[in-house]
Design a protein around this ligand. Structure first.
Ligand code: AMP
Ligand code: ZN
Length: 112
């Protein structure tokens, strides 16, 4: 399987690591859309939120639990936005589940 984020998690492609534990990896987005833009991913390859099921939901829960820790580490005291794009219509370009943490400014362009 050829997956960019699996390669990043394995260290085969360099990244600017922000956080790592047994199940979760977080790193700075290469093309930031906010002053702080970090991607949080499960180490297990899950294609997107659309592929979450009873077998992998515990790993996704660990990702969700890591997000506030990472946001705190990044100093996002005033809030932040979390986005996960899903599939073609959702604008997902990397087919490994990831959550964008965006912050460091008042986020514009609310979509919902
Ligand atoms: P999405 O469009 O939601 O699938 O998000 C994929 C994100 O991965 C984009 O914001 C890209 O800028 C980011 N990205 C792509 N390649 C890399 C890389 N090598 N290191 C860090 N971020 C990357
Ligand atoms: Zn992957």
């Amino acid at each position: 399987m050829d997956c960019l984020f699996c390669a990043i998690i394995k260290g085969e492609i360099p990244s600017k690591k922000v956080y790592e534990d047994d199940n979760v990896y977080a790193f700075y987005d290469i093309n930031p859309n906010a002053p702080v833009h970090v991607l949080v991913v499960p180490k297990q390859h899950i294609e997107s939120l659309d592929a979450v099921n009873a077998d992998n939901a515990s790993v996704v829960s660990l990702v969700m639990q890591a997000i506030p820790k990472i946001a705190s580490q990044l100093g996002l005291k005033n809030g932040y936005r979390v986005v996960s794009n899903i599939g073609e219509d959702g604008g997902q370009t990397v087919k490994h589940l990831h959550f964008h943490i965006l912050g460091g400014t008042k986020m514009p362009d609310k979509v919902c």
